[in-house]
Design a protein around this ligand. Structure first.
Ligand code: SF4
Length: 431
């Protein structure tokens, strides 16, 4: 029975990861522990990062007595504390299980990453994942730093006074932002951050964190670029890239709808220079009227961030200030009725997203609001903290598993697109 189970890996306090012989790896879905099997896992994708989880104890399957055990000390090295290991998988993969572990009392929240379950089989690390997007848009092997640096120099010479170019240089060279790198290399999608403010307070906001024990991944843009500065960046990208996409709403800003006046002028300036390319906006969709103006100005597609389609769960994560969930729904409907390509940026976590309550709500939601695409994004937040928050908001009964959740949604809506990246308009109608 256990032959198909993959081996457990743990780490010591130095972060050295090793196999714990005699133990099998377990994943967690909601409150249940599930053995990771060879045929439900894949070799860890290139670009995936490994992490060990401090102040936490791995829960493993002991092959000898066939019991599930919390292992805080290396059974083969007395006194050596061991910790759970997780993977931060590269873009395009949905995690199906989080690692099985328990937190010690008062443990600090984990940093803003997603935590996927991992094990070992025939000396290969195996991740519990599903591939939803094959595109190599953020494949680090295709984004060599020397090409980025060359692009930075060329662009700086072209637009020496453009503050947005200077901001994106820091994003590319300091934060390692793949979108900013792609702009300087001239690939796929370019970022157009504009907003210093936001009207939500997401628990896992990567650009602003008020909690002392949690740090944001990057600083928010400290100025509002002019429509001309935005248009210079966008038109350069559109003219140099095949099937180009330029996107408002990035990780280094608040929400773009809070600078919609500047964006409206920028979009008109871009469209006055070229009708090529796809202008996209990633947003919390909190301001339907402002969005309508942007659609009229020439925005082609919208990606709306949602952790859930149930208001109480949405409010518990996004903590909206000065808008309501109904505004978000109204924005989605305006996008659909204006024939725009509408995606949801679905922040998913096994244990919540695959509950029958969330899956059935999502199916009813899409029936009422026929969106074009679901971008499956692993939630970058402490999984157990998130599950506790969501389970306190409303009861959840059963998990069907992420794999089954995707199958059920595709069965209900065969035409809906699954992926990870904003498609160019040339691909709006393709699977
Ligand atoms: S909507 Fe975006 S910028 Fe605003 S709080 Fe949430 S993650 Fe942060």
């Amino acid at each position: 029975m256990t032959d198909n189970f993959i081996s457990a890996v743990v780490a010591n306090k130095k972060g050295e990861i090793f196999e714990l012989k005699g133990y099998s790896a377990l994943g967690m879905v909601g409150r249940s522990f599930v053995p990771l099997t060879n045929n439900e896992t894949y070799n860890v994708p290139f670009g995936t990062e490994f992490m060990f989880l401090p102040e936490r104890v791995p829960i493993l399957f002991n092959r000898k007595n066939e019991k599930i055990e919390a292992i805080s000390e290396n059974p083969y090295k007395k006194g050596e504390k061991v910790y759970p290991v997780a993977t931060f998988n590269s873009p395009g993969y949905v995690i199906t299980h989080i690692p099985a572990y328990e937190g010690t009392d008062n443990c600090k929240p984990l940093p803003l990453f997603s935590y996927g379950a991992v094990g070992l089989h025939k000396d290969k690390f195996r991740s519990a994942i599903i591939l939803v997007d094959k595109e190599r848009r953020q494949d680090l092997r295709l984004m060599k730093i020397d090409r980025v640096i060359a692009g930075v120099k060329k662009t700086r010479n072209l637009f020496p006074k453009n503050r947005l170019v200077v901001h994106l240089e820091k994003c590319a060279l300091t934060y390692g932002c793949p979108a900013a790198k792609n702009f300087f290399i001239g690939r796929y999608e370019a970022p157009l951050p504009t907003s210093q403010a936001c009207n939500a307070k997401c628990l896992g906001c990567i650009s602003l964190q008020e909690k002392k024990d949690l740090s944001n991944c990057q600083e928010r843009i400290a100025f509002t670029p002019s429509p001309e500065e935005i248009a210079e960046v966008a038109v350069l990208h559109i003219k140099n890239v095949q099937n180009p996409v330029v996107s408002f709403g990035q990780g280094c800003e608040g929400d773009p709808l809070l600078s919609s006046d500047v964006i409206e002028e920028a979009v008109k300036t871009i469209r006055a220079k070229t009708c090529e390319g796809t202008i996209n906006i990633n947003t919390n969709a909190s301001r339907p009227n402002a969005l309508k103006k942007l659609f009229d100005a020439g925005i082609d597609s919208i990606r709306v961030s949602l952790n859930s389609v149930r208001e109480e769960c949405y409010n518990a994560y996004f903590r909206p200030a000065r808008y309501n969930f109904s505004d978000v729904i109204e924005s989605i409907d305006i996008g659909i009725s204006n024939g725009k390509f509408v995606s949801i940026n679905y922040l998913n976590l096994p244990g919540f997203t695959d509950t029958i309550e969330e899956v059935s709500s999502l199916i009813s939601f899409i029936k009422a609001h026929p969106i074009n695409m679901i971008q499956w994004r692993n939630l970058n937040f402490d999984p157990l903290y998130y599950l506790k928050t969501m389970y306190e908001v409303t009861p959840h009964t059963k998990n069907i598993g992420m794999k089954m959740a995707l199958i059920e949604i595709k069965k209900a809506f065969p035409k809906i697109k699954f992926g990870y990246f904003n498609p160019p308009k040339e691909k709006f109608r393709y699977k």
